[in-house]
Design a protein around this ligand. Structure first.
Ligand code: SAM
Length: 237
């Protein structure tokens, strides 16, 4: 977001804010002389985000219930941010065109997305591959894009935006990094949908035993795990 030019005093719109992490990053970058409007369609997410931002003293972030499809017209912003949102849309290009129209000339549109399928391990780690495969299958069967990260460039291009790109990923050995705990937490959240859609069985998704087996395999196998690429794309309007 800093590379994309988000800086002191700006007015930022964060779309699909979820629990508010990106809005708070933007809030830090713009400082108290700037401000952030963070929108989401979920009351639950907004309640969590509002509580977290208030606890951290962000009085210059406003959270509001809006669908991204209903944002046309009205106020113009210096920048629009969004993370892990475009994967929800079959065609993200109209969304990008829509949010770009809310940015002042010379302002910035910046999005970040993952390539979940890019997760890998050396030497091979079959149980990890199986877990990631469940997530990718669930995304595919729910109409979500598991590899939106590397599709950002094309989506920006189709929306008439010349994207600059940056990628990063978490790389871990051993158990201290927290990656496996994050993976198991994700599966726990997805468990009802994974079972309902027949992607995995309740036995396979027994979280305590899955946690224990992943940790045991990680330790015994001496794996180097490369978690999904996170790709950021930004463009000036
Ligand atoms: C995976 S979360 C990402 C949250 C946050 N951006 C982050 O990176 O931590 C996606 C969020 O987008 C919201 N969302 C999905 N479709 C939306 C839409 N059409 N309009 C507004 N929010 C939407 C969801 O409610 C959810 O909170």
């Amino acid at each position: 977001m800093a590379a994309a030019g988000i800086s002191t005093g700006m007015r930022v719109l964060d779309v699909g804010c979820g629990a508010g992490d990106v809005a708070m990053l933007a809030g830090r970058l713009v400082g108290p002389t700037g401000s952030v409007l963070a929108i989401d369609r979920s009351d639950d997410a907004l309640a969590v985000a509002g509580r977290r931002a208030a606890a951290k003293g962000f009085s210059h972030i406003e959270f509001a219930k809006r669908d991204i499809a209903d944002l046309a017209g009205g106020e113009k912003f210096d920048a629009v941010t969004g993370r892990f949102l475009l994967l929800h849309f079959k065609d993200p290009t109209p969304i990008l065109r829509g949010v770009a129209s809310l940015v002042k000339p010379g302002g910035t549109v910046v999005f970040a997305e993952m390539d979940i399928g890019s997760t890998s391990a050396t030497p091979p780690f079959p149980l990890l591959e199986k877990c990631v495969g469940w997530i990718v299958s669930l995304y595919a069967r729910s109409g979500l894009e598991p590899d939106m990260g590397s599709k950002l460039y094309g989506a920006f291009r189709a929306a008439g935006l010349a994207a600059s790109l940056k990628a990063t990923c978490r790389i871990e050995t051993g158990l201290d990094g927290g990656g496996l705990a994050y993976l198991v937490g994700t599966l726990q959240t997805m468990k009802p949908a994974l079972i309902a859609l027949g992607v995995a069985t309740p036995e396979e998704l027994d979280i305590p035993s899955l946690t224990q087996r992943l940790a045991a395999d990680m330790t015994a196998g001496g794996h180097c795990v490369i978690y999904p690429r996170l790709i950021g794309a930004w463009a000036r309007t």
